[in-house]
Design a protein around this ligand. Sequence first.
Ligand SMILES: [Mg+2]
Length: 250
Amino acid sequence: MSGTTTTTTKTTPKAILFTDWDGTVTLQDSNDYLTDHLGFGYDKRKVINDAMLIEERSFRDGFDEMLKSIPANGVSFQKCIEELLIHIQLDPGFKETYEWCFQNDIPVYVISSGMKPIIEVLLKNLVGEEAMKHITIVSNDVEINGDDWNIVYKDETPFGHDKAISIDECLSNYDMTTSKPLLFYCGDGVSDLSAAKSCDLLFARRGKDLVKFCSAQGIHYTQFDSFKDILSDMKSILSGEKKLEDCFEE
Ligand SMILES: [Mg+2]
């Protein structure tokens, strides 16, 4: 007799941590690093970055031009990975934040405009093999043909990867009917603009482009210097010691 019914219970966590990767989990932006040192250089990148920030050029269009300058100089994807492993550093509070989230059943999602193989190799190297099992990476990818390579975008939007759409997709994994988790997002730059409005509390790296954008658009945010600040605020909010509004800078 087949009287057994299997019900899939999707538990809803009390909070979810979404984070950008480049310049947020890592101190340096891998794509900027590669463009500045192995592509067409900082000066040209700065002009494009400024145009993206005032929305004169789409993120996808500007980002594409920067990245194309790297294989155009004959630099293979493998060489890029080797350079990044030497030069990219982890935010000093990230490991502890991720471990605390794991112990407290708070899922961690990396939502990135970077390329998946780069994020995976850095995550493994900087945080550890174990982190790979517990952190979900949602990002762009890469297509490699010998020494040539090209970024492969996640979607067709002007962002190449619309982070707000990805956050919605992640949230569909949870039952939100009875309770809604608190959504935290951490970022630093232009690629985070689409995600900035999708969360309850936005952590923006101090003094970076995302701060300028949020101030101009009237989006609530709080600045952080390292993930130690983020962890401290998350703990205070989840324990009820602090309200979200207490963290808003404007
Ligand atoms: Mg970034």
